[in-house]
Design a protein around this ligand. Structure first.
Ligand code: AMP
Ligand code: GLY
Length: 421
């Protein structure tokens, strides 16, 4: 099969590696990809939101299956467009992608089907905001309704902060929507639970915990993710049953009733408190960097799995896992998640890889045969192993051999599962 992967991050490099490893794969095209995917695939410099141009390239290269990595093209309806043009594509349609594309849509669905989630109010003006504030104590979470590249959620400690951020959203700070959602603050530990879904069946495809804050000890602003590990040790069998019965099944049923059954990866973002799961968010795709720690553990052929989902044959598949745990630390450009200095040279030539260590590129590019940074999150250093402490030590050994003075990383990835002595 010829397969196209849309996206350019670490997630897409991890998917690309797994697709490359499959005997079913013939050629891979990454649109636009990065310097890492270029080692396994042909990168095509096409804007994936330019659907007509994308379609021409898909036809020209005889692509049999399109795998969509990031949320934006999904929310914009890439799946509906490609399907209408008879192209096989893995991912949810535009309606179902609202689970991530609109916080108001997702929270309204939770309310209707009594899915456990933080108490909330959808707000269109100051009057709505004041009504919520009159009834709730701080902290209050303000969320822009539409996609906001990870910058649309602020946990506010004062009413003044709420007023400031809600004013910005109502004034159009985020182009995707002028609505917002106010939420109660949930205490607990976060975990991510992943599914692969077709019209008839859903299968568990790994759990992970990531670290969203930029700084060690969970300080500083939120980022796309500074590191992750899999499996998420907090998710036990009993909790899993609750996640499936109270959250996943009612959601999938609701979308079926609307005649838009969910297909693709589904990322269930949870807060766990007292062994009870609360839905924080849905993402209609794999997580980044969670994908980078789930794919290396997966023993089932990914292409078989993706094809089965597209053909509604997931009921014929059993997903197999390796025994190892996996962790990644993200090497970022200084300044991230704010402005970063781009295009600095990186030297990876001194790294000694084992069979259980990899690098998945994120924002990187090649120029005149040399590797350069090209954004905020640059490289994912990924290691498999029997314990998280051994894995983390190995990751840091590798980072020491990377010659790149413009970067930084968190040294405390996995602190919850690596007990201090
Ligand atoms: P979201 O984009 O909705 O996932 O929010 C981003 C991050 O903000 C989450 O991963 C949590 O760390 C935090 N967060 C969001 N909603 C809440 C909430 N209701 N209570 C506590 N933390 C939250
Ligand atoms: N790591 C968080 C996300 O992918 O949204």
């Amino acid at each position: 099969m010829n397969i196209a992967i849309i996206g350019s991050g670490g997630r897409e490099h991890a998917l690309c590696q797994k697709i490359y490893d499959s005997p079913i794969t013939n050629k891979i095209y990454c649109i636009p990809g990065n310097a890492g995917t270029a080692l396994l695939a042909k990168n095509l410099d096409i804007d994936s939101l330019n659907f007509n141009k994308l379609l021409s390239a898909i036809k020209f290269h005889n692509i049999d299956l399109v795998v969509v990595g990031p949320e934006l093209p999904l929310v914009k309806g890439i799946v509906d467009f490609l399907k209408k043009n008879k192209i096989k594509v893995f991912g949810p349609d535009k309606y179902a992608a609202q689970l991530e594309g609109s916080k108001a849509f997702m929270k309204s669905l939770c309310k209707k089907y009594k899915i456990p989630t933080a108490g909330f109010k959808i707000c269109k003006n100051d009057k709505d905001v004041n009504a919520f504030l009159a009834l709730h104590k701080m902290p209050v979470v303000v969320k822009a309704d539409g996609l906001a590249s990870g910058k649309g959620v602020i946990i506010c400690q004062s009413k003044e902060e709420v007023k400031k951020f809600t004013y910005e959203i109502f004034s159009g700070k985020f182009k995707s929507s002028k609505k917002l959602v106010l939420e109660e603050f949930l205490e607990g530990e976060e975990a991510s639970y992943f599914l692969i879904i077709d019209k008839k069946k859903f299968l568990f495809i790994g759990s992970a915990q990531d670290h969203k804050r930029v700084g060690e000890n969970e300080t500083g602003p939120n980022t796309g993710g500074m590191g992750a590990y899999s499996p998420a040790t907090i998710i036990n069998k009993n909790l899993e049953k609750k996640i499936i019965n109270k959250i996943v099944k009612p959601t999938l049923q609701a979308l079926k009733l609307k005649k838009h059954p969910y297909t693709g990866f589904l990322y269930v973002g949870l807060m766990i408190n007292n062994n009870q799961p609360y839905l924080i968010e849905y993402n209609v795709r794999m997580g980044d960097p969670e994908c980078q720690v789930i794919m290396p553990r997966l023993k089932t052929d990914l292409v078989q799995l993706l094809s089965a989902s597209v053909e509604n044959k997931l009921n014929k598949i059993k997903i197999k896992w390796g025994k190892d745990k996996c962790m990644t630390t993200v090497l970022c450009a200084k300044g991230y998640p704010n402005n970063v200095t781009t295009e600095n040279k990186i030297d990876l030539s001194r790294i000694k890889f084992s069979k259980k260590s990899f690098i998945f590129h994120a924002s990187t590019k090649m120029k005149n045969g040399l590797l350069f940074s090209n954004g905020g999150r640059i490289l994912n250093i990924v290691v498999l192993g029997s314990t998280f402490i051994k894995i983390r030590n190995e990751i840091y050994k590798i980072i020491k051999t990377i010659n790149w003075k413009h970067g930084f990383f968190r040294r405390d990835i996995g602190w919850r599962v690596i007990k201090k002595k």
